[in-house]
Design a protein around this ligand. Structure first.
Ligand code: F6R
Ligand code: MG
Ligand code: MG
Length: 364
């Protein structure tokens, strides 16, 4: 019998500003799942990264299940009530619609889901980021599943040597395309090197055909029709035995890459790997953070978590991220620290630009 691992996230109010989640909201969401998920869920874990609440759920209902999505929606509603009581910042902000209508996609919260037969041992990592966007996973997923300088298993493990398939989504035109690596590496990179538009949604093993990774790709700012923040993303990666080792899945984060997000969703900055306790973006509302929680699945039970980036081996990555942040901040409102104009379209900048429009005169 197949197992479904579902991660659903939403920002329903920040404490303080956009930096973190008040413990009362986590309690509300947890109590809701406990009470109402009894017959539906096998197990669940509630956590937060920055101002986003993450619900990690296991069940047998399959992906896109309306009862599971409805349960998560109502958990966020319960947390929103607490956020309103405490007058937290942006209470209920990611719940874009008043009513739930069968599938949580398109309603605001972000979803990463995968269904698989649990292996004799099933190590998984849930990556969760704040102050960035779904394309932030393109670089690390490429490194994990296609770069032999990151993942030595691609070279020396016969179960990985055939490579992986990448399903890429175009978030503007709402289309998808699948690439087979290593043969189509260069074609893959044409698209995923532009993470503001093209995002890796799923990765599959070519040896077994099994799903190996799934991300939450959607553009909340596009759905809302006005700027309401970046869609801070989550990503599930299965590990070991023909898939990247845990250490191969974590390795890309040792060299913080630049992602879009940070202050007002309008800046480029380093993605800093941190422990749960350090997932409280403060400097210039950042820099963007990523947390990696490991679980062993045991008949659907979530055994864990292991807070991987708490390890001292990521200290120098944090130092580097802070150095890069120091450097970029000197640029202030100048590109490329500030995002390029086409990406600023989804921020509050166009509102200001509008005022300048009728002051332009023709140049003789
Ligand atoms: C970034 C983010 C924050 C806010 C900033 C301004 O994703 O959420 O950086 O954009 O704090 O917030 P407002 O406009 O609500 O005052
Ligand atoms: Mg927020
Ligand atoms: Mg956030």
């Amino acid at each position: 019998e197949k197992l479904t691992l579902t991660v659903i996230k939403a920002d329903v109010g920040g404490f303080v500003g956009h930096s973190s989640v008040h413990p009362k909201l986590l309690q509300k969401a947890e109590a809701h799942l406990k009470e109402n998920g009894r017959d539906l869920l096998i197990d669940f874990h509630v956590t937060h990264v920055g101002d986003d609440i993450n619900l990690i759920l296991t069940h047998r209902e399959g992906p896109d299940n309306s009862e599971i999505h409805g349960l998560a929606w109502d958990a966020f509603k319960a947390a929103t009530e607490a956020a309103k009581e405490l007058k937290l910042y942006g209470a209920g902000q990611d719940l874009l619609k008043d009513a739930f209508s069968g599938n949580i996609k398109g309603l605001g919260p972000g979803v990463a889901e995968m269904e698989f037969a649990e292996r004799p041992s099933e190590p998984v990592i849930i990556f969760m980021a704040d102050k960035t966007e779904p394309g932030a996973w393109n670089y690390p997923l490429y490194k994990m599943f296609a770069d032999p300088f990151n993942t030595i298993g691609l070279v020396i493990d016969p179960k990985m040597h055939d490579g992986f398939k990448f399903e890429v989504h175009d978030l503007i035109d709402n289309k998808k395309i699948t690439f087979s690596t290593p043969e189509e590496l260069y074609d893959l990179l044409v698209l995923i090197g532009a993470p503001g538009r093209y995002c890796i949604k799923n990765v599959f093993s070519k040896t077994t055909g099994e799903i190996a990774a799934a991300s939450s790709t959607q553009r909340l700012n596009l759905m809302a029709g006005k700027y309401i923040g970046k869609d801070d993303p989550v990503c599930i990666v299965r590990c070991q035995s023909g898939l990247p080792a845990v250490g191969e899945a974590l390795e890309p984060f040792a060299n913080p890459h630049l992602v879009s997000g940070w202050m007002r969703g309008s800046h480029s900055g380093p993605l800093m790997p941190v422990s749960l306790k350090d997932a409280t973006p403060a400097r210039f509302d950042g820099p963007p953070r990523v947390v990696a929680l490991g679980f062993q699945l045991s008949n659907g039970k979530l055994v864990g978590p292991q807070d991987f980036f708490a390890d001292v081996s990521f200290d120098s990555a944090r130092k580097k991220a802070n150095d890069v942040a120091d450097y970029l901040r000197h640029l202030g409102p100048f590109e490329p620290h500030r995002l390029h104009l086409d990406e600023m379209e989804y921020t509050t900048l166009p509102l200001v630009m509008k005022k300048l429009k009728n002051r332009f005169e023709d140049i003789e």
